[in-house]
Design a binder for this molecule. Structure first.
Ligand code: GLN
Length: 301
């Protein structure tokens, strides 16, 4: 089945890798990997599933998860709402009344989530983020220094968002520290196979099905998956829910994860992006898999 879906999607070479972070353009544009991991630990893969690339926005649900574990549902909700924004991921926007970012899957919410991570100092806080992602992946992940430096050098818009959040009191720590942690988390290097296991860990109620280590509590996993359902695919969220029907998250590095709770995680890597910043072949492969395996959460047999 994976081989067939791979073959159906492979020839679509439309779209282009992100280049607004200079180092992101340095990838092999036609790489394509597809992976499916079950909640009982089996991993099926085809194509370029071992190529390292940066997690980018797929980091957002995982830092949100750690913020929830550190601060609790209410502690985080005081800073970040859970409403889809219908806006681009890097929109400089806050909700009119509460001043909170609409959700943790856009940059303003993600930078706020990064500000809520506990730790002794900046190094310790990022180390806790790195270890959290590693528990989800089941191996020690590291940061890609070149991508981090490239993003830190050019990330003025994200700094603007951080300063705006600090000015309205949504971030109550040093905004440069929160934005720097966000740049670092986006630069964590993963493979398509890693992402499938991270997705399967969300599918398995927060327990990594390969290592059997708990990465997140069951109730917080439910919260993270809920927000991924409504907000995970930027302003394509409605289109995604109607055609794929799974909680998901994409990143401008070209990765996408999708989760069928209790059953499986899917990951795709293909760096050519569409106009909304989602991987072209990633969206196509998820649609095709959802249709063939009847994964849509509204599907009735
Ligand atoms: N690091 C990227 C940014 O904030 C992540 C964006 C993304 O993957 N959509 O610009």
């Amino acid at each position: 089945m994976l081989d067939e879906v791979y073959a159906v999607c492979r020839d679509d070479t439309s779209g282009a890798p992100a280049d607004y972070i200079p180092e992101l353009a340095a990838v092999a544009p036609d790489s394509f990997g597809l992976c499916l991991a079950t909640a009982d630990g089996l991993v099926y893969q085809v194509g370029d599933t071992d190529i390292g690339f940066t997690i980018q926005s797929i980091s957002k649900p995982f830092t949100y998860a750690l913020a929830l574990a550190d601060r609790g549902l209410d502690g985080v909700a005081a800073h970040i709402d859970v409403e889809p924004s219908g806006e681009p991921f890097n929109e400089i926007s806050l909700e009119p009344d509460s001043q909170r970012p609409s959700n943790p899957m856009i940059n303003s919410g993600a930078i706020t989530a990064a500000s809520l991570i506990d730790g002794r100092d900046a190094a310790d806080r990022f180390e806790r983020v790195r270890r959290c992602y590693s528990r989800f992946a089941g191996r020690e992940l590291t940061m890609n220094e070149a991508v981090y430096e490239s993003e830190a050098r050019t990330g003025y818009r994200n700094r603007a968002i951080g300063y705006m959040l600090r000015s309205v009191g949504i971030i109550d720590v040093d905004p440069d520290d929160a934005v720097d942690r966000y740049f670092r988390q986006c630069s964590i290097e993963i493979t398509c196979a890693d992402l499938a296991v991270m997705a399967a860990t969300l599918a398995d109620n927060g327990i990594n099905p390969r290592t059997h280590e708990r990465a997140l509590s069951t109730s917080l996993t439910e919260r993270v998956l809920s927000v991924m359902t409504t907000c995970g695919m930027y302003n394509a969220a409605g289109d995604w829910v109607t055609t794929v029907g799974l909680p998901a998250k994409s990143g401008v590095g070209g990765g996408i994860i999708a989760v069928l709770p209790g059953q499986l995680g899917i990951s795709v890597y293909s760096p050519r992006l569409d106009g909304q910043g989602n991987s072209v072949r990633g969206v196509a492969a998820c649609r095709e898999l959802s249709r063939r395996l009847e994964l849509h959460f509204c599907h009735v047999t």
